[in-house]
Write a protein that binds this ligand. Structure first.
Ligand SMILES: CC(C)(COP(=O)(O)OP(=O)(O)OC[C@H]1O[C@@H](n2cnc3c(N)ncnc32)[C@H](O)[C@@H]1OP(=O)(O)O)[C@@H](O)C(=O)NCCC(=O)NCCS
Length: 412
């Protein structure tokens, strides 16, 4: 029987979500699926849910969400955030995901979303579709037995613990100010915030989620942390685990004040924070920085240039320069070709060009360097970038590098 790829009707959402759970071999309680449906209905997102259908059965799922993605500059582009990808175990390796991804990329191009982004469950899946890892995620575990900061004086200002409903009012504008300057970050919608606060109940044997804000001496909120705790008395003394869910700071003093709060919580033995940037400044604040260990490091956000010239024109460039980039794109061959990019701190122009390229690379590698967190020279050393004119890789590095390490604090 043939497989058809189509959008789902809202009445099919719960069945569609159950198929996704099956693909992930996960339980998906009905109330959770209903909450998800409400969130996506509010965002008019259900029209962007694709299904691979065989007869009356859904055998594959994929969806996308339109995000404002911050680019180096800072600048903003509308990105297609691909999510909810799954194929039922009986139908794997028959090309269903490939067809779903063709629909996803065509849809993004039609809507004018020049960039697609995603988080990958496995590293080997998405390179063939032109995605490259563009940010890293780290997890840090901080032993709290020596919590001293190099500067013993905490920043002036006020820490305040707030409940979920208050958090819903106070946190979004703070997060938005952070997103506006953080390359790789995406702006969260009101339905996202509602769903996130709803998920704040106790889970996985951990406490409910607690919210703490930092306000400067004028009373302006400059950052927040959200965390859960789990008691552990098995050693005969308290050695609780604190799991930091989010720590967002728009100023250095907010950053320092919030970390001090978390690391000095009574009864805590260790503080774990995952999904964090690789350039976490905390290491440079702690007197005994070895107490902070990197316990996980992995790829974070993957990026795909759906339209090469539109994507390259959307961001700003650290150094003024011109570069002819030869791009290979096997999955969307219409993207393949040579592009002349003129870019600088104030903007960029990019168009197809008949000249010989200065550098050549696959579109997935261009996705990796796009946010400025991976250098062309590193990819060249790994054999992924070919330098065709002398000095071009160095020039590309100077243009594309970002003074702020790209990081996406939000999963989707
Ligand atoms: C990942 C998944 C969606 C792939 O679906 P699929 O329909 O089997 O994929 P396709 O048949 O279109 O595969 C296309 C190619 O990718 C390869 N591929 C697919 N999944 C892969 C994986 N997990 N690891 C390595 N290669 C993979 C296939 O072998 C095939 O290669 P080929 O073109 O050389 O033959 C499916 O296996 C799945 O649902 N996995 C569990 C849930 C999951 O991880 N989802 C992704 C969330 S980000």
């Amino acid at each position: 029987m043939g497989i058809q790829i189509r959008s789902i009707a809202p009445s099919e959402f719960l069945q569609w979500a159950a198929v996704l759970a099956l693909a992930f071999t996960e339980t998906s309680p009905k109330d959770e699926r209903e909450r998800w449906k409400r969130e996506w209905e509010d965002e008019s997102q259900i029209g962007r849910c694709l299904a691979a259908v065989e007869g009356r059965d859904i055998v594959g799922t994929a969806a996308s969400e339109c995000f404002d993605l911050t680019l180096p500059g800072p600048a903003v582009t509308q990105a297609s955030g691909v999510t909810a990808v799954g194929v039922v175990p009986t139908h794997r390796r028959q090309g269903i995901l490939t067809r779903l991804m063709q629909h996803e990329m065509d849809g993004a191009a039609e809507r004018g979303e020049a960039v697609a982004i995603l988080y990958a469950s496995e590293t080997l899946i998405y390179g063939r579709f032109g995605f490259g890892p563009a940010t890293l995620h780290a997890e840090y575990t901080i032993a709290t037995d020596r919590p001293d900061f190099i500067d013993p004086t905490p920043p002036p200002g006020t820490l305040r613990i707030i409940d979920g409903q208050t958090a819903l009012k106070i946190l979004p504008p703070v997060a938005d100010r952070h997103v506006a300057v953080q390359p790789g970050a995406i702006r969260r919608s009101a339905p996202w915030w509602n769903a996130w606060i709803e998920e704040g109940k106790p889970q996985d044997g951990m406490s409910e989620r607690f919210y703490v804000t930092y306000a400067n001496p004028d009373g302006d909120v400059e950052g927040y942390a959200a965390y859960r705790g789990k008691g552990d008395w098995s050693r005969g003394y308290a050695h609780d685990t604190i799991r930091v869910n989010h720590l967002i700071a728009t100023t250095d003093r907010a950053y320092s004040a919030l970390w001090r709060y978390l690391i000095t919580l009574d009864l805590a033995g260790e503080v774990t924070a995952s999904g964090r940037p690789v350039d976490e400044t905390l290491r440079w604040l702690l007197a005994d920085s070895r107490r902070m260990r990197t316990t996980w490091l992995s790829d974070g956000l993957w990026v795909r240039l759906v339209s090469v010239p539109a994507a390259l024109e959307s961001r700003r460039y650290t150094a003024e320069g011109a570069l002819r980039i030869g791009v290979r794109d096997a999955f969307r061959p219409e993207n393949s070709g040579t592009y002349l990019l003129h870019g600088g701190p104030d903007g960029a122009r990019c168009r197809r060009d008949a000249g010989a390229p200065d550098i050549e690379l696959d579109v997935a590698r261009l996705g990796s360097v796009y946010l400025g967190g991976v250098s062309f020279s590193r990819l060249a050393r790994a054999g992924h970038v070919a330098e065709r004119s002398s000095g071009a890789v160095q020039r590309a590095d100077a243009m594309f590098s970002s003074p702020i390490e790209p990081w996406c604090p939000t999963s989707f």
